[in-house]
Write a protein that binds this ligand. Structure first.
Ligand SMILES: C[S@@+](CC[C@H](N)C(=O)[O-])C[C@H]1O[C@@H](n2cnc3c(N)ncnc32)[C@H](O)[C@@H]1O
Length: 251
């Protein structure tokens, strides 16, 4: 194998998998996203080449250039780590990279990561499923322009289905998302939590309701959790009491 598509986890470097750390420690080249913690890049050997292919949110994605780079590097026979935020196969375009590598005949391996879809709620003390409150969880993109969601997301049926909704990349569309869910029959009093920069020292959690979501002013990266479980706060589950500012259940 020459190219490893490695999930970096949601932010806290401690949430990288052991397999990911092993591969980083022997990488010749690390091709990484913009939001990757520098502590993770320091796991690579001193002489390793670090390439930041970070994309500015909303800017035209240079995805074709990234896959071309991975193919080119893969063909050199070097150990290439493609380090991606969260899990490479959860809204990370890792699938496209894997497809392109496969088509080009370049060997690759996928190393799953802890996705922010689940880590962000957990870090805010929210279990995405919970006896008596939610028997399902749906992870959805809030970014209408997302090419992985042709035809858009069917908010009306998501709203009717109940259960927990985890919306990624949804902050810029939060007013529309709230509106769609309200029109589908969800109550304005439905608990909502917005978790910004989960598992890092920049973590912030805002608790509100579906009726109040439009007024929440947190930038990306943030995850929106909608449903009864968003009203729970079972304490920070990451690290000792969680990152600074996110103490125990009382915070
Ligand atoms: C392009 S997606 C990548 C998701 C990634 N593959 C994963 O599994 O977490 C980027 C979105 O993930 C979410 N996200 C990633 N890291 C986050 C974090 N530490 N805290 C909150 N949301 C995060 C945000 O919704 C952000 O807009």
């Amino acid at each position: 194998v020459t190219v490893y598509l490695v999930g970096a986890g949601p932010g806290d470097p401690g949430l990288l998998t052991r397999r990911g750390a092993e591969l980083l420690a022997r990488a010749d080249v690390v091709v990484h996203d913009r939001l990757i913690d520098h502590e993770l890049l320091e796991l690579a050997p001193n002489g390793a080449e670090l390439i930041d292919v970070g994309k500015v949110p909303g800017a035209s994605p240079a995805q074709a250039g990234i896959t071309a780079l991975l193919i080119e590097l893969g063909r050199t026979g070097q150990e290439v780590v493609r380090l991606k935020g969260g899990d490479p196969f959860v809204f990370g375009r890792g699938g496209e990279e894997a497809e392109a590598l496969g088509d080009a005949g370049v060997d690759f391996e996928v190393v799953p990561g802890v996705s922010s879809a689940f880590a962000a709620p957990a870090a805010a003390g929210i279990p995405v499923t919970h006896r008596g409150l939610a028997t399902s969880v749906t992870v959805v993109t809030g970014h209408v322009g997302d090419p992985s969601a042709p035809g858009g997301v069917d908010w009306a049926s998501l709203g009717r289905a109940g259960g927990t909704l985890v919306v990624m990349m949804g902050m810029s569309e939060r007013a529309r998302i709230a509106d769609e869910l309200l029109r589908s029959g969800r109550q304005a009093t439905t608990p909502v939590a917005v978790v910004h920069w989960a598992t890092t020292e920049r973590q912030q959690v805002v608790r509100t309701t579906l009726g109040g979501l439009a007024a929440v002013d947190l930038p990306a990266p943030s995850v929106i959790v909608v449903g009864a479980v968003a009203g729970l706060d079972l304490g920070a589950l990451v690290g000792e009491g969680g990152p600074a500012g996110q103490g125990g259940p009382s915070s």
